[in-house]
Design a protein around this ligand. Structure first.
Ligand code: SF4
Ligand code: SF4
Length: 99
């Protein structure tokens, strides 16, 4: 198995993603939300590598989407080798966000 870990932003394909890409309000485009099962995640970093707006964030032992920028494209779900990411309709979180 090939393991890829992104230790610094300079190893990513888009080295200045923090400054350049994470300025678009892409979170508003989302109809579906990726949800990571941290117990299944093996911290390989592939979701972060493939995520178009580079919004999969390293928490130290797994990756989580930054929902401010996640546009719900589902690419991370398809690329995850551990099937650790599920996609849920945004409607399922509607009540939670009102609280
Ligand atoms: S969620 Fe999947 S692709 Fe992302 S780091 Fe974990 S195992 Fe790898
Ligand atoms: S669904 Fe996954 S790949 Fe797409 S923007 Fe959100 S975190 Fe990135």
């Amino acid at each position: 198995m090939v393991t890829i870990r992104i230790h610094t932003k300079y190893e990513g394909a888009w080295s200045d993603a923090d400054e350049l890409l994470l300025c678009l309000d892409t979170g508003k485009w989302r109809f579906e939300r990726p949800v990571v099962d941290s117990k299944k995640c093996n911290y390989c970093g592939l979701c972060a590598l493939f995520c178009p707006p580079q919004c999969m964030m390293d928490t130290g032992d797994h990756f989580e989407p930054n929902l401010k920028f996640c546009k719900g494209c589902g690419i991370c779900v398809r690329e995850c080798p551990r099937k650790a990411i599920s996609v849920l309709s945004e409607g399922e979180f509607r009540d939670e966000e009102k609280e």
